[in-house]
Design a protein around this ligand. Structure first.
Ligand code: SAM
Length: 279
């Protein structure tokens, strides 16, 4: 048996599966968990692989520590989506950070607690879990409430569709302080450059600095994946706090050199992005 993911109708990638452990249709989406020998357990939402035990640390460390080691003093952080708990757990390694996490689907949280208990840090008193729609949540938050917003969402289908449009980012910009920054799941240069450019464009409508940074995700189609960082003030490489990155203990992917290197762009990407790249 195989878990196969077809992306954009032209690219297929698969992982050999031992068995299906769980499956349900929540109010919002189809949630499944599979067991595999090489990749460990795999979380699938609406047919798309979200994470697997073997490489989740790469995604979660990169989404959390790059901004947390760029912002001078991040205290209040909003995570939108992220129902597996991995991004929040990495953020909480920084003792000065408090996390509000707004996840639309309580079932994703329940399934993650049951099948991936090591990924979250659910009992941490600095984590405030809110079950709700991130798109509605940002409309009702006071201006300047947060230092950072991290959008750890599914692809732009179903409940996540509005997390990719300019109205959402107008609110994200407003709820960030004057030195705030945002990071969003940025899709793939190789498999979905048009969507990557759309995310760069929408974030660039509001933020002075907009830069993608890359990482490998072996279970994602094509393996080459990005986050997009938008910043009102801090530059992710010029202002990065190397000492803070060096002090993080027990990480398996992120370090100060990876932080800097992940922002280096190949020529074909520079050419594609043109003025969308704002540094
Ligand atoms: N790392 C993953 C990836 O990119 O494949 C994303 C992981 S995380 C499980 C994505 C989460 O976003 C899901 O749990 C989903 O329920 C949540 N989500 C989707 N739309 C949302 C919305 N409008 N508000 C809050 N959470 C949302």
């Amino acid at each position: 048996m195989w878990f196969e993911e077809i992306h954009n109708g032209f690219f297929k990638q698969g992982i050999k599966i031992e068995k299906k452990l769980f499956g349900t249709k929540s109010k919002y989406q189809q949630i499944e968990v599979y067991e595999s020998k090489e990749f460990g357990r795999i979380l699938v939402i609406d047919g798309h692989g979200m994470l697997c035990e073997k490489d989740e640390f790469i995604y979660h460390e990169m989404m959390a520590h790059v901004p947390a080691c760029t912002h001078k003093e991040p205290k209040k952080v909003l995570v939108i989506g992220g129902g597996d708990g991995g991004v929040a757990k990495e953020l909480l390694r920084h003792s000065h950070i408090e996390v509000d996490m707004v996840e639309i689907d309580e079932e994703v949280v329940n399934v993650s607690k049951e099948y991936f208990p090591q990924i979250g840090d659910w009992n941490n008193p600095r984590l405030n879990l809110i079950i709700g729609d991130g798109i509605e949540y940002v409309k009702n938050v006071e201006a300047g409430m947060y230092d950072m917003v991290l959008v750890d969402s599914t692809d732009p289908e179903g409940p996540a569709e509005g997390l990719f449009d300019r109205n959402f980012y107008a609110h994200v910009f407003k709820i960030l302080k004057d030195d705030g920054l945002v990071v969003a799941q940025g899709e793939s240069w190789w498999i979905d450059m048009p969507l990557h450019k759309q995310i760069m464009q929408v974030i660039g409508e509001f933020f002075k600095i907009v830069m993608p940074y890359r990482f490998e995700m072996y279970m994602y189609p094509g393996c080459n994946w990005n986050f997009v960082l938008g910043s009102k003030l801090y530059h992710p490489t010029a202002d990065m706090i190397v000492q803070r990155a060096d002090m993080l203990d027990g990480l398996r992917y992120y370090n100060a050199d990876i932080h800097k290197a992940s922002f280096i762009l190949p020529n074909y990407v520079k050419k594609e992005l043109g003025d969308l790249y704002k540094w």
